[in-house]
Design a protein around this ligand. Structure first.
Ligand code: DX5
Ligand code: ZN
Length: 223
């Protein structure tokens, strides 16, 4: 199975956002990953709903929205209004995750739950049947261009087991340090969707990099 590719707009040129979104429109990317940060849950601030709304008007790719904010349940309606396909919230940021997942569904979006690198996949046992996606952070969230945390490969394998045992249909997405040497290993370990920021946007030919990620499958040994 070929992976879903979700380029992270965090590494785009914010002075030329339209140009970069149009480049992604022409590429083989499946989704467009958008990182909202609040400077509280993570030590950085990125962009908010006005930017999401503007990008949704020009993006031909479904929006894969990753909220790195405290109490994300406050923004379910606003995220839906921006046309998000997927709303992913952090396990660590939600006191009543089950309720929040239900609210995301009621607003017409798919629901994702994200885990920080230090949070074990076992915490998902009682929610895995209710979500469409689990986003494993393979760096500590907040910044692009960080080094991939190797333990993520085992984490993907453990999550794959949990999904199989529970009969859940959740997709596994990995975010952080996804590039030439980590992407094939993640796909082989059972990752369905790859988020990649700096590897794509810092390349001289981002469309070719996206194609090379898209061509990966469980048989591929390298990009
Ligand atoms: C990090 C964000 C990522 C980030 C990934 O907190 O969630 O989506 O853009 O960037 P790279 O691919 O450069 O590690
Ligand atoms: Zn992200």
């Amino acid at each position: 199975m070929k992976p879903i590719i979700s380029p992270s707009l965090l590494s785009a040129d914010f002075a030329n956002l339209q140009r970069d979104v149009e480049m992604l429109n022409r590429s083989e990317a499946d989704w467009l990953h958008m990182d909202v940060m609040d400077g509280v849950f993570v030590p950085n601030i990125s962009f908010g709903f006005p930017v999401l709304e503007a990008v949704s008007k020009i993006s031909k790719k479904p929006l894969d929205v990753h909220l790195m904010i405290v109490k994300p349940e406050r923004y379910v309606a606003q995220t839906a209004k921006c046309g998000a396909m997927m709303m992913t919230v952090h396990y660590e940021a939600c006191t009543h995750l089950h309720r929040t997942v239900q609210e995301i569904h009621a607003a017409g979006m798919k629901a994702g739950v994200s885990l920080n690198p230090s949070t074990p996949v076992s915490v998902l046992e009682d929610i895995i049947g209710d979500v469409e996606l689990v986003l494993l952070m393979s760096v500590n969230p907040g910044f692009g261009g960080q080094k991939f945390i190797e333990n993520t490969i085992q984490k993907v394998q453990r999550l794959r087991q949990l999904i199989q045992q529970s009969g859940s249909h959740a997709l596994i997405e990995v975010d952080g340090g996804v590039q030439a040497d980590t992407a094939p290993r993640l796909v082989q370990a059972g990752t369905d969707a790859l988020v990649s920021g700096s590897y794509i946007f810092k390349a001289s030919d981002p469309i070719a990099v996206i194609r090379s990620l898209k061509e990966l499958d469980t048989e591929t040994k390298s990009v």
